[in-house]
Design a protein around this ligand. Structure first.
Ligand code: G1P
Length: 242
C-alpha cells in the first residue's frame, strides 16, 4: 500500500510562523509534525509515500529530502491551486496509480503509533471503499463530523458544522484509507465549506453513490497543530508521553 501526506495548506491560523515556513514543519517534541506522520506510515508498513506540497514547499523538501534517512521513499507532487484538501489528495492521483492508499494529514500528531496499522487492517477486513479514523473532539465546529450508522458504517458527514447541526460528537481525525474510487468522487463535488473542495464532501459523495464508507475510532489521542493552542497541547501530550 502507498501513502499520501497532504502538506500544501497556507496554515493561516498559525500565522506569523507560517509566513516563513509551512505548519507541517512546526515541532512536536524533537521532530517536525510531518515526521510523526511519516513515522505512522512506516509503522503501518507503508514506505512509498507521496507528499503533496504547495505553500513554502522548498522547506519541506529541505527537511524530508528523499526520505532515505527516515526509512521511506518520498515522491513530491505540487498542488498548484490551494483550493482545499480534496484538491491536495487529487494532486497525488498519478502516483497512487490505481491502488488502495492511506492518507495522514501532515499537521496531525497521533500519539499511538499502532493507530494507522489498525485502520488499514479494518479497511481490508471490512472490505471498505473509504475508512475514516475517528476521534471525539471537544469542539465539533473545527472538524468533519460523522453521522454513525450500524456496524461502523457512515450515514452522513458534515464538515465543520455548528453545534446544532453536528450529527454526533465523532470527528474525522485526519487519518484515512481509500480505494482509488475516491478520485472519481473528488471530481464530482463542488466547493464546500470555506469555499474550498472538501475531502469530507467527496467521502460523503462516495457514500451517497452506494460505496462502503466506514469509520473506526483510532487508538490513543490525536491533535492537529492547526492553532497555537493545539500546538502547545501536542507538545504537552508528547512531553507527558515521553
Ligand atoms: C481537515 C478536514 C477535517 C478534519 C481535520 C482533522 O480540516 O477537512 O474534516 O476533521 O482536517 O485535522 P482542517 O484542519 O485542514 O481545516
Amino acid at each position: 500500500m502507498k501513502g499520501l501526506i497532504p502538506a500544501a495548506g497556507r496554515g493561516t491560523r498559525m500565522r506569523p510562523f507560517t509566513k516563513a515556513y509551512p505548519k507541517e514543519l512546526l515541532p512536536v517534541g524533537e521532530k517536525a509534525v510531518i515526521e510523526h506522520a511519516i513515522h505512522d506510515m512506516r509503522e503501518a508498513g507503508i514506505t512509498d509515500i507521496c507528499v503533496v506540497v504547495g505553500h513554502k514547499q522548498h522547506a519541506i523538501l529541505d527537511y524530508l529530502g528523499s526520505g532515505k534517512d527516515l526509512g521511506v521513499q518520498i515522491t513530491y507532487v505540487v498542488q498548484d491551486d490551494r483550493n482545499g484538501l480534496a484538491g491536495a489528495v487529487k494532486a497525488g492521483e498519478n502516483h497512487i496509480d490505481g491502488e488502495r492508499f492511506a492518507v495522514v494529514l501532515g499537521d496531525n500528531y497521533v500519539d499511538d503509533k499502532r493507530a494507522l496499522k489498525e485502520l488499514v487492517a479494518f479497511h481490508r477486513e471490512r472490505d471498505m471503499d473509504a475508512t475514516i479514523g475517528a476521534f471525539r473532539p471537544e469542539d465539533v465546529t473545527s472538524y468533519g463530523i460523522i453521522d454513525p450508522g450500524e456496524g461502523n458504517l457512515v450515514k452522513g458527514l458534515v464538515e465543520k458544522p455548528s453545534p446544532e447541526e453536528a450529527p454526533s460528537n465523532l470527528g474525522i481525525s485526519g487519518m484515512y484509507v481509500f480505494n482509488p474510487v475516491i478520485f472519481e468522487a473528488i471530481e464530482q463535488i463542488g466547493k464546500g465549506k470555506g469555499d474550498e473542495y472538501q475531502l469530507t464532501d467527496a467521502i460523503d459523495r462516495l457514500r451517497e453513490d452506494g460505496y462502503r464508507v466506514g469509520y473506526e475510532e483510532i487508538r490513543g489521542s490525536r491533535i492537529d497543530v492547526g492553532t497555537p493552542e493545539r500546538l502547545r497541547e501536542a507538545n504537552r501530550e508528547f512531553a507527558l508521553r515521553d
